[in-house]
Design a protein around this ligand. Structure first.
Ligand code: IMP
Ligand code: MG
Length: 193
């Protein structure tokens, strides 16, 4: 059974980093808007696309650090059904917007792991011909053997080792998302209840 082992990233460190990330993304969008306007092009609307449910907490903090006009279009994808701690292949469960042509899209997820989720989503969104697409993740999990899909993200809060973490939106079997800190887990060897 997996139980909480300890704190990997404390809430204060997360808050500081997310605030900085939000300000950076907003500044980059502002600069992009200025560049487009200088070329006589109208900057498209900013659309945040959080991947539910994991990106819920991260997005709530990130968008309040951005201070730009935006809309939010959450999507639901799942790759870790139930008690699994490794990716089982991505399924789209709903809500992928189909009207992103000309928009400036920021896809937000909790963690980049196998790369399948964000790889799929970037393809689905890029195919709609948006003005720009950026990926922002709170955590970038290092994979010694490489990712299933080699996705590069424009923004990452923290690089972490290849271990399963929960809290600040991340779950195990649907639980622990409300932990304020990001925690590692310990397997006591007993079967899951
Ligand atoms: P990927 O498609 O393997 O990159 O998986 C990304 C998704 O898997 C994330 O959106 C998370 O929901 C989930 N995930 C990956 N690693 C972890 C973890 O360590 N804890 C909790 N969820 C994770
Ligand atoms: Mg997720």
């Amino acid at each position: 059974m997996l139980t909480i082992r300890g704190v990997l990233l404390e809430r204060q460190a997360i808050a500081q980093r997310v605030e900085a990330l939000g300000r950076q993304i907003a500044a980059d969008l502002q600069a992009e808007g200025d560049r487009l306007q200088a070329r006589g092009q109208a900057p498209g609307p900013i659309v945040m696309v959080p991947v539910l449910t994991g990106a819920l907490v991260f997005t709530a903090d990130l968008i309040r650090a951005m201070g730009v006009k935006m809309s939010i279009r959450p999507v639901t994808l799942s790759s870790y059904p139930g008690k699994s701690t490794t990716s089982q292949g991505v399924t789209v469960q709903g809500g992928v917007p189909t009207d992103l042509a000309g928009a400036r899209v920021v896809i937000v997820d909790d963690i980049l792991d196998s790369g399948r989720t964000l790889g799929l989503l970037r393809r689905l969104i890029s195919a709609q011909n948006p003005q720009s697409v950026r990926l922002a993740v709170l955590l970038d999990k290092q994979k010694a053997a490489g990712r299933d899909e080699d996705v590069s993200v424009e923004y990452a809060g923290f690089v972490i080792a290849d271990e399963f973490v929960v809290g600040y939106g991340l779950d195990f079997d649907g639980y622990y998302r409300n932990l304020p800190d990001i925690c590692t887990m310990h397997d006591d060897g007993k079967p899951e209840a």
